[in-house]
Design a protein around this ligand. Structure first.
Ligand SMILES: [Zn+2]
Length: 181
C-alpha cells in the first residue's frame, strides 16, 4: 500500500475541524513512485505526475471527482507514466461521478504523441474517489471492460485521499500493482 501523504499534528491538532486538518496535508513525494506486478514488471509513476494527481484528491465534502487519461511509454514489459490530462471544459463532474467528455483529453494525447516524436502514447486512465484507500466500484469495472479494450496493456489509477490504487489491465484481466514499501 502506498501512502503518500500524512496529516500533520502541529502543536494542537484538536483546534481544527477534520476538514481543516486536511489542509495540513504535507506532500511526502520526493521521487518517482514504482509499482510492481506479480511478474516483477514495473509501472513507474513519475514524480511530477504523482504530485499532479495528488492535487485532485477529494479532501472536502464538496470536492468533485476528477478524471483524465494517462500518457506514457512502454519500455519492454515496463511502463513509464510521464504525462496526463486533467479535468477541463466539457467534463461532467459531481461528488461520486465523473464523465470524461471534454475534447481536451484527446487533444492532449495527440500533442504528447507529436512532441515526443511518437514515444508517448495513451496508456490508461485515472480518476479520484472520495475514500482514503480506494478500490474500484462495480461501475468502474464495467466501464473499463466495455471502453478500455485496446489490445495492449493499460494502466488504471484511482486516486484516494491517502493512497493510490494502481492496476494493469490485460485483455479482461485486472491485476493490482503494489509499491515496494
Ligand atoms: Zn471509480
Amino acid at each position: 500500500m502506498n501512502i503518500f501523504l500524512m496529516v500533520l499534528g502541529h502543536e494542537n491538532p484538536n483546534c481544527y475541524e477534520p476538514s481543516q486538518i486536511a489542509q495540513f496535508v504535507m506532500l511526502m513525494l520526493d521521487s518517482d513512485l514504482v509499482f510492481r506486478d506479480q511478474n516483477g514488471q514495473f509501472v513507474v509513476l513519475m514524480h511530477h505526475i504523482a504530485e499532479r494527481l495528488q492535487t485532485y484528491r477529494q479532501l472536502t465534502y464538496s470536492s468533485p471527482e476528477s478524471a483524465g487519461v494517462l500518457i506514457g511509454e512502454r519500455r519492454g514489459a515496463h511502463i513509464i507514466i510521464s504525462d496526463l490530462s486533467v479535468p477541463g471544459d466539457g467534463d461532467i463532474r459531481s461528488r461520486c461521478r465523473v464523465d470524461r467528455r471534454g475534447a481536451h483529453h484527446q487533444t492532449k494525447v495527440i500533442s504528447s504523441f507529436h512532441q515526443s516524436e511518437g514515444t508517448a502514447q495513451y496508456i490508461g486512465e485515472w480518476h479520484t474517489h472520495p475514500e482514503d484507500h480506494p478500490t474500484p466500484s462495480a461501475i468502474d469495472k464495467l466501464s473499463w471492460s466495455k471502453n478500455l479494450d485496446t489490445g495492449s496493456t493499460m494502466v488504471l489509477i484511482i486516486v484516494g485521499r491517502q493512497s493510490i490504487w494502481l492496476a494493469k489491465k490485460e485483455k479482461q484481466a485486472i491485476e493490482q500493482c503494489l509499491t515496494e514499501s
